[in-house]
Each structure stands twice: as structure tokens, then as C-alpha cells.
Design a protein around this ligand. Sequence first.
Ligand code: PA5
Length: 360
Amino acid sequence: MSEGAVSADPGAESLSRAAIARVDSSDQLSDVLTLPEHLRDALWRVESAIMQHWDTTAGLVVAGMGGSAIAGALARAALGDHATRPIFVTRAYGLPTWTTPDTTVLCASYSGNTEETLACYESAGALGARRTVVTTGGRLAEMARADGIPVIPLPGGFQPRAAVAYMIVAALEVAALSGAGPRLTSEIDVAASHTEQLVAEWGPDAAEDSLAKQLARSLHGTTPVIAGAGLTTPIAYRWKTQINENAKQPAFFNELPELDHNELAGWEGAQDVGRFAAVFLDDSDAHPRVKARMALTERAIAGSAASSFRLETRGQTSIERVISLVLLGDLVSIYLAALRGVDPGPVNAIDELKEQLAKR
Ligand code: PA5
């Protein structure tokens, strides 16, 4: 089903602010709805933390995990063809072997205590790379301050994944400051206003048959499989991880054109093993062959999927387009949490694993 074909169900459960508040103990909804303000505040924070430009010809590595790492991938997607140096995201205990003193390493950790990111910070120092940090504090801020490394300070009190707009802006600005891409400051500011319109269109005060609410209802009771291509590939991953962490349920992601060479065959047996829903994230500026593939792939799996959707980015600039579908996915994941009756905030499974590891 394409975006315009989502239909209303008059008997559907309300996804009003009050209905969401019943499960959302830490008000994750408000953190999503204030994404435009996060974009603007982040610009100011980067500007006050880093004044000078530098040029590292080997490019930029963004080191982080989970909700902090995704921002690097989204920033790289937003830069697209305008990147002037390699931009690489590492989600691991180490840096790529080609990291040199001519590489900028942005260590991104909301808490400042993620062990993989701390290890990358130390490796970057040992390799003599140019380091920058974005965090709320923790061990990462302590080490950076002791080493005289610039720290972009983030506001506390969010779940790491809810600070995504802050992290995207930090990655984009560090890319520009280090010579890896153009400065997108004014585009980010314009994107904030564009996003405000989408908040009104898809937020909890919108009609019950708004796109975001109808999508959540259609995905409820299914295992969502999200597909992106090019600019939307990291957004598809963001949808998957937001559904995992906010709605506390399995979700998977893949990318085109690759999935047409394997996953497509797997859909044939989908109904034998579960209820899977497919969401294809298209971009208004995608390669025409990719667009054709998305339409054909959606058609090919329609009979096997519990439901299927093809959604398109909204906006003119690449940053507007990236943020548009990040916002939609974040809202859908919160609505799904409400439909499932689960609190979107706490991620006890992740916290417990971190605690167990810390004891080893
Ligand atoms: O969303 C989350 O809570 C996680 O994915 C975290 O972002 C991840 O565990 C890394 O933590 P941090 O962002 O504090 O470095």
C-alpha cells in the first residue's frame, strides 16, 4: 500500500496524548515532539564549544554505539554527494586500521560511559588522530577535559536515542569543521521549521487517521521489516531500533537493491512462520531504478506480508528529508508502545547487560 492509501478505522483505539501518557512514564513523546528545538539548540551548542576550523584530509570517523552511533550514519546520509572526505561510522571497540593523525575522530556517547566508545577514544589518542567529543558527561567528558579535547556538551535527562537530533547536528558540524563536508547550518535551521509542520501533521494532536497513527495500528501485532535505500538506509535502521527500544518488540531492516537479491525470496514463506509487515522508505531524490525496484518489490511481497507500505521522505534539502522520516519512525514507535501497553522509556534489558559486563 502506498502512503496515500492508508485508510482510517473508525473503531480504532485512540492515540491521543492522554492515551500515550498512560504508559509513557518518562514522557518520551515530548522528547520526540521537540525534535525541531533540539536541532536549533544543537547548532548553538556546537558553535559555543568549537570555534576554529581544521582540515584532516583522511576524513572523519564517528565512533559510538546505538542511539549515539546512528546519528553519524544519518549525518553521512544527509551530506550524501556533498561529502568531500570519507565519513565512516564505527560501532566497535576499535577504529578502522586506516585511522591516522590526519583523521578526525568524533567520539559520540550520550552517557559518556559506553565502553566501546571509550576504547575508541583511547585508540584515537594512541594513533594521534584529531579527537572531538559529544556527550553529556561521564568518563568520556572527564578524559577529554583532562586531555584538552573539545567537548560538545549535550543536555542531560534524555534517553540516548531521544538526543538523535543533537547528535546529528554535532556530526554534521564536526564534518564541516574538519573539512569533510559543507557547512549546513542554515539548512539545519530551515529543517527545524519544516519539521515543526510535520510534528503537527503526525503528532498526537493530529486526527486518528493521520499517517503515523494508522501506520502504528497496521504494524501492531506484526514483526515490522523496514527497508531503505541510499539516503533512507540508516533511517530504516533507526526505525528498527526505535521499534525495538520504544515498543519492546522485534523488528528488522534491510536495504535495496541488495534485498532484491536474497530477502525477496524469503518473503515467499513469510506466512508460514509469522506475521511480518513491510515498510519501504523511499526518497523523493532516489535513483530511478531504485524507485522502480521499491514499487515492484512491494508489489511482489504484498500477498505474503500482513501489511505493506511505501513512504516517501518529505522536504527539499537532504537534511529535511532525513529528519522527516526519522520523526515519522520515532512517532510510530511511541504509538506502537502505547498500543502494546508498554512504557517506551526504560530499556531494562540493555541496562542489565551493561551492568553484567561492568562486573567482568
Ligand atoms: O538507545 C540507547 O539507550 C542505546 O542504544 C545507547 O545509545 C547505547 O547503548 C550507547 O549508549 P550511549 O549513547 O550513552 O553511548
